[in-house]
Design a protein around this ligand. Structure first.
Ligand code: PEP
Ligand code: MN
Length: 264
């Protein structure tokens, strides 16, 4: 089932692009990133408030203190906003504050959280668990759907394999397998899927060419200063180049990467 929101029809003919920094850090960083990705043609802005980091001494996100920046970005850009939920206690607050709630890879198996998200109307972007089989991923979506929320977008973000040249192994075939067997839109996160900026545009192009529904990528105005995932962030210029290529490829593949506002 397509997810329709604010003129977007995710899972429909158009290819959807979600972009923004891994974490919301401060006003300058967030406004620069948001303005740049909007200008380049992104449809949804992302930014993490609550971060689940591998190391406990790493930046954990601004949490509630970042909600004002979310509001500001939404007002100034007019674009929908996506953020990650890390606990069922945040459901009400985030359902009010953002337009898309993301379940990250570490919570795909958190069935209590998924059940809670079945009770809200906000569309959910459900990432694949880093060790989840595609069947388990589909079952996780079913937990949300059974609660009554059918606005679910699946997001492949790479899985753990023996290969360590890339941060994760991006399973595009698995994503397409799911797309062909379920009625849900399937998007791809080549940022976490590869961990390497130089690989991201190619994997985004492959996502579009394969017939998947969109991409989510991390973009930072100054990746070297990022408080999380700087090593995999695209600069705003790199993102803009990637968008130019995706728009051209979209014409060839009949998957328009349109610009908000109606023109393509
Ligand atoms: C993210 O998108 O910033 C993130 C934490 O992703 P994942 O859950 O896929 O690691
Ligand atoms: Mn990240």
């Amino acid at each position: 089932m397509n997810v329709k929101f604010a003129g977007l029809d995710i899972g429909g003919k158009n290819f959807t692009v979600i972009a923004g920094p891994c974490s919301i850090e401060n006003e300058d960083q967030m406004m620069q990133a948001s303005n740049a990705v909007k200008t380049a043609g992104a449809h949804i802005i992302r930014g993490g408030l609550f971060k689940l980091r591998t190391r406990p001494d790493a930046f954990q996100g601004l949490g509630r203190d970042g909600l004002g920046l979310v509001k500001q970005v939404k007002q100034k850009t007019g674009l929908p906003f996506l953020t990650e939920i890390t606990s069922a206690s945040q459901v009400e607050m985030l359902a009010e504050a953002v337009d898309f709630i993301m379940v990250g890879t570490r919570n795909m198996y958190n069935y209590d959280l998924l059940k809670e998200l079945g009770r809200v109307k906000v569309p959910i972007v459900l990432k694949r668990g880093m060790s989840a089989r595609v069947e388990e991923w589909i079952n996780a979506a079913e937990y949300i759907a059974r609660g009554g929320n059918d606005k679910i977008i699946l997001c492949e973000r790479g899985i753990r394999t023996f290969e360590i040249a890339t941060r994760n192994t991006l399973d595009l075939a698995g994503a397409l397998w799911v797309k062909q067997r379920s009625s849900l839109p399937v998007i791809v996160d080549p940022s976490h899927g590869t961990g390497i900026p130089a690989l991201i545009p190619g994997m985004a192009a492959a996502t579009l060419a394969a017939g998947l529904d969109g991409v989510m990528v991390e973009v930072h105005p100054m990746p070297s200063a990022a408080l999380s995932d700087g090593a995999q962030a695209l600069t705003t210029d790199q993102f803009s180049d990637m968008m130019d290529k995706l728009k051209k490829l979209g014409e060839v593949c009949n998957r328009p990467v349109y610009t908000p506002g109606g023109h393509q």
